[in-house]
Design a protein around this ligand. Sequence first.
Ligand SMILES: *Cc1c(COP(=O)(O)O)cnc(C)c1O
Length: 234
Amino acid sequence: MPEASVSESLTTARRRLQDALKAAGRPSDAATLLVVSKTQPAAILRQAYLAGQRAFGENYLQEALDKRRALADLDEIEWHFIGALQSNKTREVAEHFDWVHAVDRDKILRRLSEQRPEDKGPLDLCLQLNVSGEASKAGVTADALPALVETALTLPQIRLRGLMALPAPSDDVESQRRAFREVRETFEALRRRFPEATLDTLSMGMSGDLEAAVAEGATVVRLGTAIFGSRPSP
Ligand SMILES: *Cc1c(COP(=O)(O)O)cnc(C)c1O
């Protein structure tokens, strides 16, 4: 992708987010853009950074660590691990990322807290909720969620921030909204049940369903394709 178009695509994506917030009657700073940069080379991330972007989401650990090294000179760049996380990868994620979005198991939570270096402070983290009707097995069910939240709140090097969801893709805005509404309602119930926690993040909405997610209260939208075009299939 040529340099000029990275910055143009970012401008378009930011405008799309602003339009969605406005349509939802929400303040212009109520949701932020996480640029999903998996499969994009470091040079493209650098262009996005120069165009003002700070938060980048990556799914594949080795690829992300290589880019992190290549971009080590960029201050305030923020690395979000948004992929499925296996226990043999928790150490490197705890050491090298600022956020983790898709945790759904006790064991992963505990390892991330134990392996998070002291000097970095707690790792910001979202638990992935499995929304009903979703084909994927990833994510914790609403029934099992409170126990996982209780664990997260006891771990010193984890700062639980909220929920992440990845509903099955749908072209129907009403069914998109239904899935996101379920996440929001679960999130609100959690906030009432755990008033002491810093639950301020709903990570939901991608290129195909950003508007529905923002209408239902997303605070972080994760955009890849809308910015960079379609990815090569793996
Ligand atoms: C790839 C990915 C995205 C970005 O999806 P697009 O449809 O390309 O915007 C967002 N979230 C997760 C968890 C992803 O794996």
